[in-house]
Design a protein around this ligand. Structure first.
Ligand code: PLP
Length: 463
């Protein structure tokens, strides 16, 4: 019997021992400072389902889930077995000049689940790449180049996707971006006004905005389908974050029965969080405008598209989604968590509303007297990352072992996107943690002060 090899353990051990020096000299120092200040700079040892375990053995309920990629939960045994099987099979990856069987099967399974006739699928490796594909195909199909998007939209950070980003802070400083226009989310009159100029190749929209957790109003997506069709603009629904069950249906657009997109974009949870993948689903007539001859068969392509591991992971994710009824889980557990948040908010009056659908939930904290007071304190005011929302997230992490995020360093929106395999007891524990943190808020400055204390301790390097 050959000796078992432990190369991963050896590499990880070396990486851990060298982390301080390696990251300081070769990593992103601004990000390292932010992690230290917010207390998120922890060493993680293991994970299962919705649980992350740190180096000291403490368990945390993960309500970030890798920015909503771990839909099926971490360490899923069926996924691990399928990926190990694929690796060990010796099946050749990226032959390139072949009709990729796994990609063709996944394309069929995806297009069968999407309303309308989106029969062609282009695979890529991330959300932003899948959006780039949609933009290129829309430009080619319409002969137009401008893109229409919503306020605070997020579709990725490569240059094409950035042109459709609704946050000036993320756009600034990167030179001239492609022609684009921003309209308010959920505003059909503004949409119709913009579309009637007939200058837009595509209208991009998220059914639940990742940065605001606001959901499309009932009927908005259906009416947007009609308007875009009338004005010759491609209607691109960005389901990168909402797809594969997160909102309580396989796609969030299914909440609006009249919605008929020209393209649907998927990524994140599509391969369960195990392998990066992106997918752009598109109608045949739109597809064939770009790939319109043998000479142009590869005018849009990517070396790593359709990889064996990515395709296997995505096919397995669909099977696990169906077997474990993950959309239904997201619907029921999301409703349970949202009801818990609402009850707590009503009792403490510290937030205005609970936003979202299924297991993408958020609430904006009320700007409180404590925040204003915090800003006036010269030392704490200078800790610019320490927005009120961040101190709330720090308190949840440090005191209650719940990992969640604010969507931007200066917003007060707390956001929760746990794995869809989270159980009812874990959902209730998250609600209790939020309630306890609200409780300490209404008692005065305590949560803010505790958050500030965590930050000061972290800034002083004592974590
Ligand atoms: N679209 C949406 C709605 C997203 O939430 C994201 C990422 O958060 C993207 C696109 C970009 O995906 P990626 O980070 O994989 O490029």
């Amino acid at each position: 019997m050959p000796e078992p090899r432990h190369d991963f353990a050896r590499l990880l051990d070396e990486a851990r021992r060298g982390l301080d020096a390696n990251y300081t000299e070769h990593g992103n120092p601004a990000f390292a400072r932010m992690l230290r200040l917010t207390g998120f700079d922890r060493a993680w040892r293991s994970a299962h389902g919705a649980i992350l375990v740190d180096a000291a053995g403490r368990e945390y309920i993960d309500c970030i889930a890798g920015y909503a990629v771990h839909g099926i939960g971490r360490a899923h045994p069926d996924m691990i077995a399928a990926l190990a099987d694929a690796l060990e099979s010796g099946h050749p990856n990226w032959v390139q000049f072949e009709r990729n069987p796994l990609a063709a099967l996944l394309a069929r399974r995806l297009s069968e689940r999407v309303p309308g006739d989106l029969s062609r699928v282009f695979f890529s490796n991330s959300g932003t790449e899948a959006i780039e594909c949609a933009l290129k195909l829309a430009r080619r199909a319409t002969g137009r180049s401008a893109v229409l998007h919503c306020d605070l939209a997020f579709h990725g950070l490569t240059l094409g996707s950035l042109a459709a980003n609704g946050n000036p802070k993320l756009r600034d400083g990167f030179g001239e971006l492609g022609d684009s226009e921003c309209i308010p989310f959920n505003d059909l009159a503004a949409l119709e006004r913009a579309l009637s100029t007939k200058r837009f190749a595509a209208f991009l929209v998220e059914p639940v905005q990742g940065k605001t957790c606001l959901a499309a109003a009932p009927g908005y997506l259906a009416e947007a389908s009609r308007l875009t069709q009338r004005h010759g603009t491609q209607f691109v629904i960005d389901e990168v974050q909402t797809g594969i069950g997160r909102t309580g249906k396989f796609l969030a657009l299914e909440h609006d029965s009249g919605c008929r997109p020209d393209m649907v974009v998927l990524s994140k949870a599509l391969a369960g969080g195990y392998v990066p993948v992106g997918a752009t689903l598109v109608r045949d007539d739109v597809w064939s405008k770009t790939f319109d001859s043998m000479a142009r068969a590869l005018v849009h392509a990517s070396t790593f598209q359709g990889g064996v591991l990515a395709m296997t992971a995505a096919l397995m994710t669909l099977e696990i989604h169906d077997r474990e009824r993950l959309s239904e889980r997201a619907r029921d557990l999301g409703a349970r968590m949202a009801a818990g948040f609402r009850e707590s908010i009503a009792r403490h009056g510290a937030a205005d509303e609970v936003r979202g659908l299924g297991l993408i939930l958020g609430f904006p904290l009320r700007k409180s007297a404590s925040e204003k007071m915090l800003a006036r304190l010269p030392l704490l005011g200078s800790l610019e990352q320490l927005a009120f929302g961040q101190s709330f997230a720090m308190e949840l992490l440090e005191t209650h072992g719940v990992l969640c995020q604010v969507t931007d360093s200066h917003t007060n929106l707390l956001k929760f996107t746990p794995p869809l395999t989270i159980d009812a007891a874990q959902c209730d524990a998250v609600v209790r943690a939020v309630d306890a943190t609200f409780g300490s808020l209404s008692g005065g400055l305590r949560a803010t002060a505790t958050g500030a204390m965590h930050a000061l301790r972290n800034a002083a390097g004592r974590v």
